[in-house]
Ligand binder design. Structure first.
Ligand code: NAD
Length: 379
């Protein structure tokens, strides 16, 4: 059966440019879908590098100005894989031009900006989705299934961490290619928007809305040389961020993120404790879900390490034979597969811009609470 072509124009050829391109290229090999992405154009400011990327990944053409990309009649979908301060302008222009939009996380620099983006895509009725890809790790999707089936019972605790260690050196500059995450004018915030946003998105999906938070943040290295100005400038991102939260379902939560946890590169973990059962997941062991069920027979009761590779586990029937693992890049393939399936059914695919707005509001509340030292209501 011939597929319906969906012409993709991607903005950004960095880390996420690669994960998304890989997903667009691979998805139809593994998932039976009505739609097929076509790698039509890549856009980035450096035309030479964009051309090299286009040749490597199979894009048909190159643009150096995202406005020109959006103006093209032969582009159906704009995929935003550029730094955070570009998301709003691109998404609003793309919506006005009638394009579908996929946008990297965090959706925006702050809640009000995200709110305007939601209005723009909803007014245009543009299919939209945000790349909170960890929802599509099969073990995490299974956690959602187990919670929705009521296996954990009433939830008491949610505990999430995202730890890294790559900015400890005071000699590391801020700003410019590769280091824009250290520049608040481009990133919006530090680990709150970059790392905790992932933890928050997963938690909202698994455990429902958060009502209020109390937070602390710290910037351990106060000044760094800025790569663009060449001058030593104040660092205004949060290097570390930790907060307590109360969920609407009555459960209590702790969230912690830092880029100063020596020895940790991308340690995203969460644990959920319910009345009957608990689950624990660790990105470094992403194909496993740890599960403890108090209702098990006493003599053999204990934590089970579920190997999420069987064909009845989420997404796994599309891959290899039971027992063989998949990894990080597959989460992006799953997200594209779900988005394309949503185009066929006409149903929005999570997380939409509107759902990602909730995460943005919580990030704002975390930063506001860290400043005021007070418990802060979300929204
Ligand atoms: N889902 C995830 O797990 C995840 C992981 C990493 C990054 N991200 C998000 O993805 C986005 C990109 O991050 P990255 O790590 O790929 O960054 P990167 O620095 O590796 O790549 C950014 C790209 O954007 C391009 N760019 C910058 N400004 C541009 C402009 N005005 N017009 C066109 N292109 C422009 C750069 O040339 C580069 O190709 C960010 O929003 C980030 O938060 C998400």
């Amino acid at each position: 059966m011939s597929k319906k072509k969906l012409n993709v124009g991607i903005i950004g050829y960095g880390f996420m440019g690669r994960t998304h391109s890989n997903a667009f290229r691979t998805v139809n090999n593994f998932f039976d879908l009505e739609y097929e992405p076509v790698l039509k154009a890549v856009c980035a400011r450096d035309g030479g590098k964009a051309k090299a990327f286009a040749e490597q990944w199979g894009y048909e053409s190159v643009e150096t100005d995202w406005k020109k990309l959006i103006a093209r009649k032969d582009i159906d979908l704009i995929d935003i894989a550029s730094p955070n301060n570009t998301h709003a302008r691109i998404a609003e222009a793309a919506a006005a031009a009638g394009k579908m939009i996929l946008c990297e996380k965090p959706l925006a620099m702050n809640g009000p900006q995200a709110e305007a983006m939601v209005k723009a895509v909803e007014k245009a009725k543009a299919p939209n989705m945000v790349w909170y890809n960890y929802r599509r790790v099969p073990a995490v999707t299974l956690a959602k299934q187990l919670i929705d089936e009521g296996r954990l019972g009433r939830i008491f605790h949610y505990r999430a961490k995202f730890l890294q260690d790559w900015t400890i050196s005071k000699d590391l500059p801020q700003g410019g290619a590769g280091l824009w995450r250290l520049d608040a004018k481009v990133a919006g915030s530090g680990v709150t928007g970059d790392l905790l946003a992932h933890c928050i998105d997963t938690s909202l999906w698994l455990n429902g809305p958060i009502d209020k938070v109390t937070a602390m943040t710290e910037t351990f290295v106060k000044e760094r040389k800025h790569n663009l100005s060449g001058k030593v400038e104040k660092v205004s991102i949060d290097d570390a961020s930790a907060f307590l939260a109360r969920f609407s379902n009555g459960s209590l939560a702790t969230f912690e993120s830092t880029r100063y946890a020596r020895g940790h590169k991308a340690l995203y973990t969460f644990e959920i404790n319910g009345e009957h059962a608990s689950i624990f997941w660790d990105l470094h062991d992403l194909h496993r879900l740890q599960y403890f069920d108090h209702r098990d027979e006493g003599l053999t009761r204990g934590w089970r390490s579920l190997h999420i590779t069987d064909s009845d586990h989420p997404y796994m029937k599309h891959w290899w034979v039971p027992g063989l693992q998949i990894g990080y890049e597959h989460t992006f393939v799953h997200q594209v597969a779900d988005f394309l399936a949503g185009l066929s059914t006409g149903k929005p695919v999570s997380p939409t811009f509107r759902e990602a707005l909730e995460t943005q509001k919580i990030c704002d509340a975390v930063l506001a609470s860290a400043k005021s030292g007070q418990w802060t209501n979300v929204g």
